[in-house]
Design a protein around this ligand. Structure first.
Ligand code: NAP
Length: 255
């Protein structure tokens, strides 16, 4: 049974892995046997995660990357292939939230900035990585979206649109890249306790309690609770699954 989830000999790239959900995913994939490339803008916090991964006996590389900068994204793929020669798993996790803002108060520059990090960068990265995956016989791409991709939220227009777009692109990627042996799925997390959500709570007190109340399990989640779904989608355990969105939200969504 463990062979189904074994990632030994695989190389996985996790963006936004310096903290929060991405860090938990990077450590989880390393424990499943993969060598890990991690990225974020702040390289010193990436270095700390690399040290943790290496202490598990896996190889790891940190690459500083601003997802909205095409040159950074290209360099990330080049450095990964220089060091490891391949990339078998990509977790497009880096993303930014937004403060609550009605559409009428939102500038176009703000909208574009959110799309650049949450959609344009992940699309560029997935496209570059898919070309490499195709050369080595395939792989698995996992795009971290949000329940806002399935139920867009008022006052969260830029964020909801970005995650909806990435979910839609996940399906297009799955269709276009299936012939190359590449599976692409999205994960839609509900409310996980990270810097992103504690920052929102500090601006909108009661936000976390309300989110917990909206779930069937009556609680928010910890980043470690996304690790199982990611290992499932990264591994042979999900070999017949592509083009789907997995909602990990304590039952908050009905569909
Ligand atoms: P987080 O704690 O704020 O961590 C975000 C990570 O992304 C950090 O490593 C950050 O590092 C990196 N990052 C941010 N902006 C970046 C940029 N422009 N370029 C490159 N890296 C960047 O967030 P999280 O809560 O773990 O969220 C991770 C993903 O899950 C995001 O896509 C988010 O939208 C999604 N999500 C989260 C929740 C939740 O409840 N937490 C719910 C639904 C979806 P640097 O700042 O050093 O760059």
């Amino acid at each position: 049974m463990n062979e189904l989830f074994d990632l030994s000999g695989k190389v996985a790239m996790v963006t936004g892995a310096s903290r929060g959900i991405g860090k938990a995913i990077a450590l989880g994939l390393a424990k499943a046997g993969a060598d890990i490339v991690i990225t974020a803008r702040n390289s010193s916090s990436c270095d700390a995660v690399v040290a943790e991964i290496e202490s598990l006996g896996r190889k790891s590389l940190a690459v500083s990357c601003e997802m909205s900068k095409p040159g950074d994204v290209e360099a990330l793929v080049e450095k990964t292939c220089e060091q490891f020669g391949r990339c078998d798993v990509l977790v497009n996790n880096a993303g930014v939230a937004q403060d609550a803002l009605p559409l009428g108060d939102m500038s176009l520059e703000f909208y574009e900035q959110i799309q650049a990090v949450n959609v344009k960068g992940p699309l560029q990265l997935a496209t570059l990585v898919a070309k490499r995956m195709a050369q080595s016989g395939g792989g698995s791409i996992i795009n971290i979206v949000s329940t806002a991709a399935l139920e867009p939220a008022g006052h969260m227009g830029a964020y909801s649109a970005s995650k909806t777009a990435l979910r839609s692109l996940s399906r297009v990627m799955a269709e276009e890249w299936a012939p190359m042996g590449i599976r692409v799925n999205a994960i839609a997390p509900g409310l996980f306790i990270t810097d992103m959500t504690t920052d929102l709570e500090s601006k909108v007190p009661g936000f976390l309690d309300q989110a917990a109340e909206n779930t069937l399990l009556k609680r928010t989640a910890q980043p470690i609770e996304l690790v199982g779904p990611v290992i499932f989608l990264a591994s042979e355990a999900s070999s017949y699954m592509t083009g789907q969105t997995l909602a990990i939200c304590g039952g908050a969504l009905k569909t």
